[in-house]
Design a protein around this ligand. Structure first.
Ligand SMILES: Cc1cc2nc3c(=O)[nH]c(=O)nc-3n(C[C@H](O)[C@H](O)[C@H](O)COP(=O)(O)O)c2cc1C
Length: 449
């Protein structure tokens, strides 16, 4: 009955036609919302079968939710129109102030559009699930999933889910600083795009997006959001593809980090020279891609590296050298001994070795020994600002987001990437206030519950 009071209309005990409609509309909206949220509950292990069913029926969960919401909104609007008519009979009231300019499209809706566009292009390589948990795409490598059973990818998601935050609001931290400085570069937020390559063989974008367009979207989006993007290096990618990516790095004035596969020493050093020429901030070797050493094809040699070989790479240049794919304390120490300026605690998104622990499980052990001695980066299912804050509290200096930003790039180019990064930044800002964290440079372990 609250709406009678709000309208300042005395309730006379009987409902008019308008009121019947209004109640009906509210019921419809409430029903749609509760039904949607029930359906949206984590579906985890069931998600693959679930997704397939929707795809067969041609009506996705998202589409249903949208129709339900539109239906409910329509009913509310109809009731609103009837209310307007009823009020027209009342004595005239002073004119309302001039209507404000139409409000900008809410960020959540825009992101929904980007994800929808991404799904249209990426399906079936990526189903753009409500949560990217490695379930639906288990075993899809090449593709977007995790290798084998998909356990390593799923572990990344599960390890992060386990972490909860202590909410603290008895303090005077109202403004927070999300910026960090890495390798001499100030980033507006401690998130960079991870290296993701294989526009055709992983993402299935042949004829829809080229390598050049993809890397431009990733690096350009990161620049728009005030951070750095990473450029990939696929095992089978010819040098020309690598050079396409370097061209984009140059276009964005070197504001990027370039990865090199653990190829032969000679091949790596050849690429380091090219990276120096485009003025990149740093380079990385994703040493965890060494798994194919045993079955490498001619010209596609990848190999594990000895300490001596890592030293040789570090000494070959003045550029900061980052070792990507460190999952143990001893190898983190060795990377630093070899002269690396940074490490990425990563299992390559669960794409190289099945049954590794989740990154959030190993990160605190590595950070306990290495914090302050090297730049510690981490990745694995980064999507929300709270994901970032958790990783910082576990000891990372910044994080990399792979599949999430990939979808932004495919869905809406550089604007899509920037939109997702800005949303992460705004969520990070809120969660920093609510945990009493003033600066992303110094996040206390004590915020973890
Ligand atoms: C399609 C795809 C391609 C990737 N290509 C590369 C690559 O070329 N080099 C690299 O170091 N990592 C590569 N990765 C791994 C990512 O850099 C990152 O470590 C991983 O995806 C974890 O982040 P995420 O869970 O946010 O996706 C790739 C990942 C995906 C999904």
């Amino acid at each position: 009955m609250d709406h009678f009071m709000e309208r300042n209309v005395p309730f006379n005990g009987s409902l008019g036609l308008f009121d019947h409609f209004f109640f009906l509309a509210l019921h419809a909206a409430g029903y749609a919302i509760s039904y949607c949220s029930l359906w949206e509950k984590p579906r985890k292990e069931a998600s693959m079968a679930d997704n397939t069913k929707q795809e067969e029926s041609g009506l996705s969960r998202r589409d249903f939710m949208r129709s339900a919401a539109v239906g409910a909104a329509g009913a509310v609007a109809l009731a609103g129109m009837m209310q307007k008519e009823a009020l027209a009979a009342e004595p005239a009231k002073p004119a309302a102030p001039a209507a404000a300019a139409p409000a900008a499209k809410p960020a959540a809706l825009k992101i929904d559009d980007v994800m929808k566009a991404a799904r249209e292009k990426l399906y079936p390589r990526c189903r753009v699930c409500p949560e990217c948990d490695g379930v639906a795409c288990a075993g899809e490598v090449p593709g977007m999933g995790g290798i084998g059973s998909g356990k390593s990818f799923k572990n990344n998601f599960a390890a992060l889910q386990k972490i909860e935050l202590n909410m603290r609001t008895f303090h005077n931290i109202k403004k927070v600083d999300t910026s960090v400085t890495l390798f001499g570069e100030k980033l507006a937020l401690p998130v960079m795009s991870a290296a993701t390559g294989g526009v055709t063989y992983n993402m299935g974008l042949k004829g829809k997006m080229t390598d050049a367009e993809y890397i431009d979207a990733l690096l350009g989006g990161c620049r728009l959001a005030g951070t750095l993007g990473w450029a990939a290096d696929g095992i089978g990618d010819p040098l020309e593809t690598f050079q396409i990516r370097l061209k984009a790095v140059k276009k964005y004035e070197g504001k990027a980090i370039v990865t090199i596969k653990p190829k032969t020493q000679e091949e790596i050093i050849k690429r380091v020279r090219l990276i120096e020429e485009v003025g990149a901030v740093a380079f990385a070797v994703d040493i965890d891609s060494a798994g194919r050493a045993a079955r490498a094809l001619p010209g596609q040699t990848v190999e594990p590296k000895t300490l001596k070989q890592l030293r040789e790479i570090a000494k070959s240049t003045k550029l900061p050298f980052i070792v990507k794919g460190v999952m143990t304390v001893d190898e983190a120490k060795m990377a630093i001994d070899a002269g690396a300026s940074g490490i990425v605690v990563s299992n390559h998104g669960g794409r190289v070795l099945d049954y590794t622990p989740g990154v959030a499980d190993v990160l605190p052990k590595i950070a306990a020994k290495m914090k302050g001695k090297t730049v510690i980066l981490a990745d694995g299912t980064m999507k929300y600002g709270t994901d970032v804050l958790k990783m910082l509290a576990l000891g990372a200096d910044a994080v990399l987001a792979g599949r999430h930003l990939l979808r932004g790039a495919v869905g809406d180019g550089k604007e899509g990437v920037a939109l997702l990064l800005n949303k992460m930044k705004s969520e990070l800002t809120d969660s920093m206030v609510l945990t009493g964290t003033a600066s992303a440079r110094k996040v206390s372990k004590s915020i973890i519950a």
